[in-house]
Design a protein around this ligand. Structure first.
Ligand code: ASP
Length: 277
């Protein structure tokens, strides 16, 4: 059985960057499946062209709150709405391995990160500021928070872009890792699919899956467990294409590894990269 590390750069990302993701996959292919998946995601968090870590999108109040999670069979760790850290994925791994909890949220997540030695870090970028500006322009004429929120709730042009994820099968062991700044526009405190096991991430004895796209829809359909629960019954590519097609025009994608296969599927362009050994 070949070892494999497979990455995605988010549904809506441009597949012309596949060679860059292949490079990240080969650089991150070090150690076991969890080490490799976490390393791959942290490389993408550090690249500001992705919506994770540095480069994360801003909420409508201008804040940046990030979600990240890791999973191996029987173990899970996540941070929700963490702020001012460089690598949420490393904190998620620390939640799994060094805390008695599985999920830590909000200021508790940021405090936990500081306890683990993560320095205060500003992940904002010019690109994120310009994107927020565009959202605020769309909301112009609705100046109160209440009105903005109402308009936002009714909305509109939800976009999901450039979230990052990785799945690995190394030495027969599976791992999954995913990190995001969220979708846009988005209220402070909104939580997407990435830190919800079975929705944006799943890993078990038969494989590992991570998703990208409009998190609310992915949560409603627990996409990753829907894919995982069919593994072994049909070809992986067929399972993934069928599960993704259920979302119609709602932007969604996923990557997965099973004992003998690996595959990706998305209903829009989605950058991917991989490394085999
Ligand atoms: N799934 C992410 C979220 O809804 C966004 C994305 O994949 O781009 O938070």
């Amino acid at each position: 059985m070949t070892d494999v590390l497979l990455l995605h750069g988010g549904v809506g990302s441009d597949s012309t960057i596949n060679p860059k993701l292949d490079g990240f996959a080969s650089e991150a292919f070090n150690g076991d499946s969890l080490d490799s998946a976490v390393m791959a995601v942290s490389l993408m968090e550090d690249d500001e062209s992705f919506n994770a870590g540095t480069g994360s999108v801003m909420r409508i109040d201008g804040s940046i709150q990030m979600d990240a999670s890791v999973m191996v069979p029987g173990k899970f760790g996540a941070v929700i709405s963490i702020e001012r850290v460089r690598n949420p994925i490393i904190v998620a791994r620390e939640v799994m391995e060094k805390s008695p909890h599985v999920i830590i949220a909000g200021d508790g997540a940021t405090r936990f990160a500081r306890m683990m030695g993560h320095q205060d870090y500003d992940p904002s970028t010019e690109k994120a500021r310009m994107r927020l500006q565009k959202v605020l322009e769309e909301l112009k004429g609705h100046p109160s928070d209440e009105e903005r929120s109402r308009l936002f709730m009714l909305s509109i042009s939800r976009e999901a872009h450039d979230t990052v994820g990785a799945v690995a099968r190394i030495g027969g062991m599976f791992a999954a890792a995913v990190s995001t700044g969220g979708s846009s526009p988005m209220m402070r405190g909104r939580v997407g699919d990435c830190p919800i096991p079975g929705s944006g991430i799943f890993a078990g004895e038969n494989g590992a899956v991570v998703a990208t796209g409009i998190g609310e829809e992915i949560i409603r359909r627990h996409l990753c467990f829907s894919i995982y629960s069919r593994i072994g019954k049909e070809p992986l590519q067929k399972i993934m294409d069928e599960e993704i097609s259920k979302f119609g025009a709602i932007a969604v994608g996923a990557i997965a590894v099973s004992r003998d296969e690996f595959a990706h599927s998305a209903n829009k362009d989605m950058a991917t990269g991989f490394h085999l050994r």
